[in-house]
Structures are given as C-alpha cells and as structure tokens.
Design a protein around this ligand. Structure first.
Ligand code: FES
Ligand code: FE2
Length: 376
C-alpha cells in the first residue's frame, strides 16, 4: 500500500467541493468537458450479439444507436433521423432496416439511407445517389475491446487503442477475446457517478462493508496503481487466495481460466477505473465490468456485466457461474445504500470539511484530480 503526501499535497481535504456532487451546473460542465470530450464507456458488445441487431444507448445525455450490421461489424451512430431529426429508434431491435416513424425513411444498420417514400411526391421515388450518400446516419467514433464499446463524441486527439494500451499490456496472456457473458444486471443508484467510481477504488471500506470478502489484514495487501493518468486503481498481488475466505468462497468448482494465463497472473486481482466511467475487476478466470451511465447530479445507472471464459459457458459450470455472480452481486448490493448515504451527506456544506487519509485515499485523490483538471 502506497502512503505519503496525498497525490502531491500534504493536506487531506477533499479535492472536489461538495457542490461537485450535487449541482446541475457542475453536471452540465462535466457533460461538456468530460463525457463529450473524452473516450467513455458506452455499452457492451453483447447488446448487439448478432448481425441485424440494434439498441439505443445514451452517452452524456445524447441518444446514440449501437448496431451490428449484416457483415458483423459493430457500429455506433447518432440515433437521429436525417430528415427532421426525430429520435430514430426507441427499443432494441432485430430488424435489418430501421424505419423512421415520422415519414418512413429507412436506414440499414451500416447507416446507409435506403427507403425514402414519396421523395418527389411519387411513390417509389428517391434522391440522387450523391444526396442519398450524404444522408446516412451520422457515425460516432468508437472502439470495441474486452466486450465493451467506448465512444468519443468529439474529435479525439488520440485513439481508444492508445488509451487502453497499458491495460492490454498489463493483461497480456489473458485472452479477452474468449469472454462469455455469465450474467448482467442494471442498478439505478441515487448517487453521483463520481461517488460510484470513488467507492469502487476505495479499498479501505472492504473489510467493514463487505466482511465476507476478507479481513482488514487482507485489505492491507492491496497496492495502489496508476497505469496512466486515466487508468487508476489497485491490485491484490496474491488475489483472493491472499484474503481470508479464499477463492473457494466464490466458486466451489474452479472456472476455466481466460486462455493460457501465465503463472504470474493466476492469483492476481486487478481493480481499475478507466476514467471516467468504466470500472473493471479482473481475475484470471473472470472479468467484472461496471459501466456508468451519467444520468443526473444525483442519479447514476450502473450496467454490471460478469464475463467468464467461453469454455465456462458449458452446463457443468452453471453452478460456478451462478455462485460467482451471487458473490459479486452481494458486494454491489452492500455498496448501494452506502453510495446513497454518501450522496445524502454531500447535501451538507459540512461535508466540505472531510478528510482524505494519505494511507488509503491516494487513488480517490487522483480520481478527484482528474475531474478537477477536466473542469478547470
Ligand atoms: S423525420 Fe424521419 S423520415 Fe421524416
Ligand atoms: Fe464496496
């Protein structure tokens, strides 16, 4: 565990004021300066598991459309009809073409405009090819990695691959192309998205709020890690085996590992936030992702997905998958009331006089610094 000055400072008060967790004006600035200007988690690849599927998603309050076209390519568009700007799709769909409900223009899942009935007042008329080409759905910069879809709503200065490279490197030997969705759950939480991320990075509370995952002594085993400015978290080098209850507490039958995992990675537990809104928890045999949908100053939607190796999809692992999910859900269920209580605490200006502890809250300070930097 790293200690010392708190992210370059010697005082321990919170870097972000209480208002950063409650004010609409701060929320609006975050949308502009963070969620519209950086790579952000936007959804899961399995939401469009098969060609011909599409699903509306929301990033920074903007309606987007996630699709998988007939060639199997995952795409992201603005979910807006190019005629009058109506919201194009409201529900997940398995239609190969999406029809606008207003004047029945239709779009392919690769974004191409196809049907334009009565374009020139004749039934089957259509625009010239140049006009048609210009009126496809508007694409959004995106990338797919480890079952997740990341988008950038602005003009990215670097690629998502560059952003994620240190994590790919750290996890080299873990085959993330083998991910199989074990379970997924959605949580609506009455708390600011930053509290959810800070709590995910808070290793201090583990023995108090989640005593079933290990003792205080086990929690001391964590190392803070800053892979890059935007990838921060920690690692239990001895993994669940270094904790009091051991790995057997999660699954009685061991799950197959994610590929041919090298020995040095087998027991490790990695916990990272890819700033701002992807929370990742990896062991050699499973990956938990919590993607945060930034829904309001005091409202966050968590999209939690639990992935295992594709070999663990077999029926013989059904119980092990269920038992892993049960453990991870139990932890999250314990966090929800804490998060909502933290949010209620932030309604008092007295919460500005809180005190981050250098021995535990370095990563929280780092997270808050990232937000503060973006907002100024
Ligand atoms: S608004 Fe979509 S076809 Fe007119
Ligand atoms: Fe927790």
């Amino acid at each position: 565990m790293t200690a010392g000055p708190l992210d370059g400072r010697t005082v321990g008060s919170s870097i972000l004021p209480t208002s950063a967790y409650t004010d609409q004006a701060v929320f609006d600035t975050e949308i502009r300066e963070i969620f519209e200007s950086q790579w952000v988690w936007a959804g899961y690849e399995h939401w469009v598991a098969e060609p011909g599927m599409s699903r509306p998603i929301t990033v920074a309050g903007r309606p987007l459309l996630l699709t998988r076209d007939e060639t199997g390519t995952v795409r992201v568009f603005h979910n807006i009809c190019r005629h009058r700007g109506i919201l194009l799709s409201e529900e997940p769909s398995t239609r190969a073409r999406l029809r606008c409900p207003y004047h029945n223009w239709t779009f392919e899942l690769d974004g191409a405009l196809c049907g334009t009935p009565y374009w020139n007042r004749e039934k089957a008329s259509s625009p010239d090819d140049g006009t048609r080409e210009q009126l496809g759905l508007l694409p959004v910069h995106h990338t797919v990695w480890a079952g997740m879809v990341f988008v950038h709503l602005g003009s990215p200065s670097g690629t998502a691959e560059e952003l994620l490279a240190p994590l790919r490197e750290r996890w080299e030997g873990i085959d993330l192309t083998r991910l199989h969705l074990a379970e997924e759950r959605r949580y609506e939480i009455s708390a600011n998205w930053k509290l959810v991320a800070e709590n995910f990075l808070d290793f201090y509370h583990l023995p108090m709020v989640h005593p079933q995952v290990g003792s205080a002594a086990a929690a001391l085993d964590v190392d803070d890690l800053t892979l890059t400015d935007q990838i921060i978290g920690g690692c239990y080098p001895r993994g669940a085996n270094g904790k009091a209850t051991g790995k057997a507490a999660k699954t009685a039958v061991p799950l197959p590992l994610l590929g041919d995992v090298p020995e040095k990675l087998r027991d490790r537990q990695d916990i990272f936030c890819v700033f701002p809104n992807a929370l990742l928890f990896l062991e050699a045999d499973w990956l938990q992702v919590i993607g945060l949908e930034h829904a309001g100053p005091g409202r966050t939607v968590e999209h939690m997905a639990i992935f295992v190796d594709e070999a663990a999809a077999a029926a013989e692992y059904a119980e092990a998958r269920a038992s892993l999910s049960k453990v991870l859900y139990e932890v999250n269920d314990q966090d929800v009331p804490i998060l909502e209580r933290l949010q209620r605490g932030k309604t008092s200006p007295a919460a500005d006089r809180n005190h981050l502890v250098p021995h535990w809250d370095q990563i929280t300070a780092r997270f808050q610094n990232l937000v503060a930097k973006a907002l100024t």
